[in-house]
Structure formats: structure tokens, C-alpha cells
Design a protein around this ligand. Structure first.
Ligand code: BG6
Length: 466
């Protein structure tokens, strides 16, 4: 049986918009998602898991079940309803209460400043494509650092690559734009620059605590040994992984990244510009990250593709409906013998091991890592209060084993945040795709520990992966 270190954090992860509900309560300002979801009419973000009212109970559950870290995000528009300007004191008070509950129950809060929810006023002005919004983000970050002194662990952004691609490639996030690589690359770069600005601010001002960024890093493998498949995997990796790690840890884009960008841009009629001043700021931040947060759920096998763009996002759990074929990158395929979830996410724990070893090798000053999300979306069966989620336990077990092996191979991973603490609202899948350790009856807002919650408690208490 594999073990995890004694001082390891066994956390649970959430995000403001996915758990809080109360989108029109407590003086909260609008976000683009409110209107986007209303127009779609598929599902509502209210009441989600009603964390806005149930936080005390949820944090108490953490303590009971050995969950000693809670990853959560602050909703920017609860603090600044219009993104800048007037502060909403009710929002500030809410997060102070949440952090006080964490303190009371011995749960360490890991706080993300931005988890997909830019205030609508700023979003409508171009979100992170608009450079003025970078200044607004830095001001919001500074406000949080000054105000929430009880927080020790900060992340700037959650998942810059999915923000850029879901907004401007797949179109499944507002503003729903597709195949615009100029916007994708500008968004990636501007957010990485904004991250650097906030890291430099945090360090220059000498705030106590740690700062990092959370990247979604899904390992890419060639679909075969053929040279063109290897090249397709290289291109997909360059845009989704190497770009972000270069920006985070080098402060410039490596030749590999730039050559891949040139190819992707040529195929898609796109262009980019990385101002020298931005790179200087990023360079200064590149050795100042206290940690890297990694969200990792799956990996991709990539095959060369020479046709037109075609993407279908499986947001329903109808297995086998995903399509990802992108000009100038490649096609992501299913691989014989590799299991996948109903949402077509490939279960391949070696992907996590390979990713962690690669970071250690390519960016040796990475400092330390937290796995900030990992988990399995599943259609749980509720049987009179009992939820036997064995497939989820199996999934978590193999990923934790892979993580433990990476630690044994010398990678400095200090904690793991299981996605998700409780069932919550999923951006493009609604309420059907459950991830939680705790089942939520969304009608009554009652919580029920799943079998996996008892399993996780054991693992957390014994540090033993069974
Ligand atoms: C990550 C996000 O991408 O994956 C979460 O940080 C998200 O916000 C999670 O919910 C799972 O994705 P999905 O699409 O299954 O909800």
C-alpha cells in the first residue's frame, strides 16, 4: 500500500460561482454567466450548493471527514459589484465569516481570486482582452491582500487555458466565440501578465503568506509513433501546457512554444504580440511563485489532423459524443484500452506522474506543487441516503497512487484538493455531473456523505492509499 507524507494536506475544492448560489443576494454584482445561463435556459446557478448560507455546516463536515484544507474562490463581484470602485461591505463580511469558520474547524483556506467569474461590467468591456481590466484585477487583488489578513495561501487565477479556449475556441463559456486564435493567445498572455503583476505586488509589498497560480495541465501523448502524430501532440502541448509553464517559470516563451504558436497562427489566420515590458514583468515574477496549483483530471492522445475545425463538447454525459479536431493542432482521440468517463474524460493516472516529473525536469526552480483539483464526474445513485460511488473511489485511488509515486521520485507535492468537496454546479454540465464527497439534494440542500467521503477520511487519517 502506498503512503502520502505525514504533513500532507487532504483538501476539498470548490469555486464561488459553483457553490455559493445567492447570485442576487448580499449586494453581489452580476457576472457574464448570469445572463449567458439565463439565455441558454438549461440550468440555473441558483441555489447551487447554497454555500452562501450553508458554509458553516460544510466546513464542519470538512473537520468531521478529515478534510483539512478548503480550496475556495472569492467572487470578485461580491467585493466590487462593478469590478472597481465601491466596495460591497456585505461581501467582505461574508468571506471573513467563512475564514473564521475555517479557523474554528481547523481547515486551511486556499483562496483563488478569479475562478471564471469576472464582474459583468468588466467582462462586457472585453474581459482580459482589455488591458484596462488587468489594472482592475491588480487593484482587486491588492484589496484582498490588505483586507483578508487571515488568508495565507493565495492563487491569482484558476485555469487560464480553459478560460481562453472555452471563451474563444469552444464557445461554451461566455461570450461564446469560436475558433478565434488571436483572442485565445491574447487572453492567455494577458492573464499570465496579470498573474505576474500580482505576484510582484505581493512580494514587493511583503505580504505574509504564499502566492501561486492554478493551471489546468492535461498531459498530451501522441496517438501513435508516427512523426506527424508526435508533432500534433507537441503542438497541443505547447499551447495548453508549455505556454503557461514558460510564462510562469521562465518569464518568456521558449523557442518550442514560439515555433508551435507560429504554426497554429498560420493555420488559423491568427497573430499575437507580446510586449517587451510585459515580458520584463513576467521575468521578475518567474522566480517568485511560492507554489504551482495543478488541476488534472485526464490526458489526451493526439493525432495529426488536416481537415476543417470541428468541436463538440460532451456536456450531457452521453459517452462517445466528444469531438475535438483543430486545424494547425490535431485531433484528440479515444484510445483503445483506456477507460473514460461518461463525459469522455480519459482515466490515465500515468498522465499525472509524467506531468509532475516533467515539471521537475524542465522547471527545476518550481518550488512546490499542490494538486488543486482532481476528481471524477459521475451520475451518482442516491439510494435512501446511501451513495455507493465505487467508481469514484477507484479513480481517486489510482490518481493518488500516481501522485505518491511522483513524490517518491522526488517531486515536491505538499497537498491534494479533491474536486469537489460537495456536489455543485458544473459550468457546462449543470447538476447531473456530480463530483462531491458529499451528495447534495439540491431541493432541500441536505448533505449526505458518499462512500468516497468515508474512504477519504481513512486515507487522510492514516496517509495510506487503500
Ligand atoms: C475545472 C474547473 O476545469 O474542472 C472547475 O476549475 C470545473 O470549475 C471542473 O467544474 C470540472 O469540470 P466540469 O466541466 O466537469 O464541471
Amino acid at each position: 500500500m502506498l503512503k502520502l507524507p505525514e504533513d500532507f494536506i487532504f483538501g476539498g475544492a470548490t469555486a464561488a460561482y459553483q457553490v455559493e448560489g445567492a447570485t442576487k443576494e448580499g449586494g453581489k454584482g452580476e457576472v457574464a454567466w448570469d445572463e449567458f445561463l439565463e439565455k441558454q435556459g438549461r440550468f440555473s446557478p441558483d441555489p447551487a450548493s447554497d454555500f452562501y448560507h450553508q458554509y458553516e455546516k460544510d466546513i464542519e463536515l470538512c473537520e468531521k471527514f478529515g478534510v483539512n484544507g478548503l480550496r475556495l474562490s472569492i467572487a470578485w463581484s461580491r467585493i466590487f459589484p462593478d469590478g472597481t470602485g465601491k466596495v460591497n461591505e456585505e461581501g467582505v463580511a461574508f468571506y471573513h465569516k467563512v475564514f473564521a469558520a475555517c479557523e474554528k474547524h481547523g481547515v486551511l483556506p486556499f483562496v483563488t481570486l478569479h475562478h471564471f467569474d469576472t464582474p459583468k461590467v468588466l467582462f462586457d468591456q472585453g474581459d482580459f482582452l482589455n488591458r484596462d481590466n488587468i489594472e482592475a484585477f491588480v487593484a482587486y487583488a491588492k484589496f484582498c491582500f490588505d483586507e483578508f489578513k487571515e488568508v495565507r495561501y493565495w492563487s491569482t487565477f484558476n485555469e487560464i487555458y480553459p478560460v481562453a479556449t472555452n471563451q474563444y475556441l469552444l464557445g461554451i463559456f461566455p461570450p461564446g466565440i469560436t475558433y478565434d486564435f488571436t483572442k485565445i493567445i491574447a487572453c492567455l498572455h494577458n492573464m499570465m501578465y496579470a498573474h505576474a503583476r500580482v505576484v510582484n505586488l505581493f512580494k514587493d509589498e511583503g505580504y505574509a503568506g504564499e502566492i501561486g497560480v492554478v493551471h489546468s495541465l492535461e498531459t498530451k501523448y501522441p496517438a501513435s509513433d508516427a512523426l506527424e502524430d508526435q508533432h500534433a501532440a507537441f503542438l497541443d502541448d505547447a499551447l495548453s501546457i508549455r505556454f503557461l509553464l514558460d510564462a510562469t517559470y521562465l518569464g518568456y516563451y521558449s523557442d518550442e512554444t514560439l515555433s508551435a504558436l507560429a504554426e497554429i497562427c498560420e493555420a488559423n489566420g491568427a497573430s499575437y504580440d507580446f510586449p517587451e515590458e510585459d515580458l520584463a514583468e513576467m521575468k521578475r515574477a518567474s522566480h517568485r511563485n511560492d507554489y504551482l496549483g495543478i488541476n488534472h483530471y485526464q490526458c489526451h492522445f493526439v493525432k495529426a489532423y488536416h481537415g476543417e475545425n470541428a468541436i463538440h463538447h460532451n456536456g450531457t454525459g452521453d459517452k462517445g459524443t466528444s469531438v475535438y479536431k483543430v486545424k494547425g493542432i490535431g485531433e484528440r482521440i479515444y484510445k483503445e484500452g483506456i477507460p473514460r468517463t461518461d463525459w469522455d474524460w480519459l482515466i490515465y493516472p500515468e498522465g499525472l506522474y509524467d506531468l509532475l516529473l516533467r515539471i521537475k525536469e524542465d522547471y527545476p526552480h518550481y518550488n512546490k506543487i499542490y494538486i488543486t483539483e482532481n476528481g471524477m464526474g459521475f451520475k451518482d445513485q442516491f439510494d435512501d441516503g446511501v451513495i455507493m460511488d465505487q467508481p469514484r473511489i477507484e479513480y481517486l485511488k489510482v490518481y493518488l497512487e500516481s501522485l505518491s509515486q511522483a513524490i517518491s521520485a522526488g517531486v515536491n507535492v505538499k497537498g491534494y484538493f479533491l474536486w469537489s468537496l460537495m456536489d455543485l454546479f458544473s459550468w457546462s454540465n449543470g447538476y447531473n455531473k456530480r463530483y462531491g464527497l458529499f451528495y447534495v439534494d439540491f431541493e432541500t440542500q441536505k448533505r449526505y456523505p458518499k462512500e468516497s467521503a468515508y474512504w477519504y477520511k481513512f486515507v487522510s487519517e492514516t496517509k495510506t492509499i487503500i
